[in-house]
Write a new protein. Sequence first.
Length: 227
Amino acid sequence: MVPINSTHRNEQHTRLLAALAAANSSTRLAAALEAGTRPEPGFVDALIERCGIEPDFFVRDMLTWALTRFPSGITVAKLRAELRSEHAQARSQALHTLSKIGDKSAWSAITRALLHDADDEVARSAWRAAVVLVPEGEKDGLAAELARQFSRGDREVQLSLSRALVALGDVVDPVLRTAMASHDPAVRAHAGATQRLLRDPDAGFDLAVDAARRVVALGPDQEPAAC
């Protein structure tokens, strides 16, 4: 005979798994909250699977929070496996969750392929995860890899790349100087905007881009005075 407590736990488990797949996003949100509030190892696979297909941003955020409530020894290996998924959202959300868990052992899973992923959201998540997980001695190499993508994408993508580089600190100075000497004016402008943010993290990105573009247009010897 199955113990009563075990039967009740199985019923709760079944109910929560069903709620994670409910049509109503509020129900899914509540289920993710419950899974994180009372974390049981049996929930991990379902939470990770849901991350890869969940359409609602707030529910995805709660799923990530729930996964951070479990021991990293249970979650990190499973999340690393998701980085090989053919589905972009699964890769992106796994990267995001790894950055929130902050277990440095996950650094080796942040591959060059992920940093250069063709999907912008995956690449952005990889940049954010990389700057959280990178060992001190590998920051130079990461900065160089990130700098290869100056001028990529729209404003939001470029802002994400700049923020990632700024988060690495002064180690990025050499790659910024190299990029600011590029033959590509878009690369020079993006690198210049990043340098301005490095000097003044509170500066607005759009203003930094505009200022950098003026420098590109006028030439480095005619940099306009700061307002």
